[in-house]
Write a protein that binds this ligand. Sequence first.
Ligand code: RP5
Length: 167
Amino acid sequence: MKPIVSIIMGSTSDLPIMEKAAAFFDSTEIPFEMLALSAHRTPREVEQFASSAKERGIKVIIAGAGMAAHLGGVIASLTTLPVIGVPIRSSFDGLDSLLAIVQMPPGIPVATVGVNGALNAAILAAEILAVGDENIDRRVAEYKSSLTDKIVKANEELGKIEYKFKC
Ligand code: RP5
């Protein structure tokens, strides 16, 4: 199996959040790799990774980082692959990493999901891949219908709860 998505994180302390992306790719059978790389602690390795990702067959990169979260932006500056940033809540409720990831200068976009939004990052990555892959498209559509089922069931449950003035 060759990975087509990279899940990158600034530290293994980000793993409890980033593993939600991994679980989604497992459930949708999308081959991925997972690496710890830090824009500040391993800048050379980040450059090596970003500049070779495309030729290794990677199609989308997800980068999770907390605090001064420059990882996604630095990767985006070194590749034409789409980069999705996941702000990790490590300090200031994640606002510092959210702003560091989302406020990129013109020319170097990083698609940014919400704080700790690794699952949404994975779904967005799958949707990008689905543009050119019918099987992935079908699996993402199945996942999205399962969300509809969840709310249909929630309404059934709510219907059973009784209050004096509930009609
Ligand atoms: C960031 O600093 C990492 O992405 C992590 O969210 C945060 C703390 O890292 P550790 O000190 O836990 O390694 O670079």
